[in-house]
Design a protein around this ligand. Structure first.
Ligand code: PEP
Ligand code: MN
Length: 338
């Protein structure tokens, strides 16, 4: 950590900073320049309370040198982490497309959806049984019954299921229906109690990016899960809030190479909640694969016009087939496979 002192700093103030560092077990190196005095803290940076230092008289700025995340950092694990989901590998050479409706509606809808997801060549299926809706007057999800319908439909095609957990009180039902991948939605990225609970489970977790979260906040949210012992975490970029109103969210493709550098964990992209319109999904999905995403989370409904949730961004079954076809070539061009 580097502590920059202001230009009127006194020796007593420099001494006070050194004493404070010493109380945390760190040494200090004082470098007096013409304009500024800079103090370098030597030792275990994690022991330092940055805010306490910042509050000392004479301190202008405190800069961290070490990254605050550990387990999720690339430096902790040099190789890419490959997560095994019932034998399906996510994070390796093979790109995984997780297809399915926004929400679980009825058994026939899920049966149809599962049939089309499998037929298109997707190896995992998505569907929300508990839905985080902006309005309390819209469909809130089929709940536990939805988990049952989802499990039944997906099992027929051996598709592992991905579904959103909104509250710790739903965990027992998630275990009962053996949900294969737990999704933490954008609105819960910093629900730290929820993150701690999924950190205790032995289930892969898709951690969606908060709609206005920085990459560092996102990595720290993942660290919460990892710190509990669950290291099977998949980052999912789904677009961030921006000034633009033409589309639902702005897909941050730049986040893919940044995360690949900062973490060893897999990164997937949700082009559906980014664009918010079905016609944008193929272009965004292709950009994501080209930029190095390990997978995609794509909404597909057997009959989008009838969807109870996010109807305008759902692909129809044929559009999913076409998308898979167009992604194949891109995957090959960058040395991967679909
Ligand atoms: C979803 O994937 O169903 C969802 C609600 O997404 P997000 O949390 O990204 O809005
Ligand atoms: Mn949706």
């Amino acid at each position: 950590m580097i502590i920059i002192m202001n230009n009127e700093v006194t020796d007593a103030q420099i001494d006070a900073v050194a004493q404070r560092l010493k109380s945390w077990g760190l040494d200090s190196n004082v470098s007096r320049g013409v304009e500024r005095t800079v103090i370098g803290a030597i030792g275990d940076e994690s022991k330092i309370d940055k805010e306490l230092l910042q509050a000392l008289p004479g301190v202008e700025q405190v800069i961290r040198v070490m990254k605050p995340y550990k387990i999720v950092a690339r430096s902790y694990h040099k190789e890419d982490t490959v997560i095994d989901i019932k034998g399906i590998k996510l994070g390796g050479r093979q790109i995984q497309v997780i297809g399915g409706p926004c929400s679980v509606e009825t058994q026939p809808q899920m049966d149809e959806a599962a049939k089309y997801v499998a037929a298109a060549g997707c190896r995992l299926m998505r569907g929300g049984a508990f839905k985080p809706r902006t309005s309390p007057y819209t469909f809130q999800g089929a709940g536990v019954e939805g988990l049952e319908m989802f499990r039944k439909a997906a099992d027929r095609y051996n598709l592992p299921i991905v579904t959103e957990l909104m509250d710790v009180r739903q965990i027992d039902a998630f275990m009962k229906y053996d949900v294969d991948v737990i999704q933490i939605g954008t609105r819960n990225m910093q629900n730290f109690d929820l993150l701690k609970e999924v950190g205790r489970l032995h289930k892969p977790v898709i951690l969606k990016r908060g709609m206005s979260a920085t990459i560092s906040e996102w990595l720290m949210a993942a660290e919460y899960i990892a710190a509990g012992g669950n290291h099977d975490i998949i980052f999912c970029e789904r677009g961030v809030r921006s000034f633009e109103t033409y589309y639902r969210n702005m897909l941050d493709v730049t986040a893919i190479p940044v995360l690949k550098k900062e973490t060893h964990l897999p990164v997937i992209i949700d082009p559906s909640h980014a664009g918010g319109k079905a016609w944008m999904v193929p272009a965004l999905a292709r950009a994501a694969v080209a930029a190095g995403a390990d997978g995609l989370l794509v909404e597909m409904h057997p009959n989008p016009c009838e969807a109870w949730c996010d109807a305008d961004q759902a692909l129809n079954p044929q559009e999913l087939v076409d998308l898979m076809g167009s992604l194949k070539g891109i995957a090959q061009a960058i040395g991967r496979e679909l």
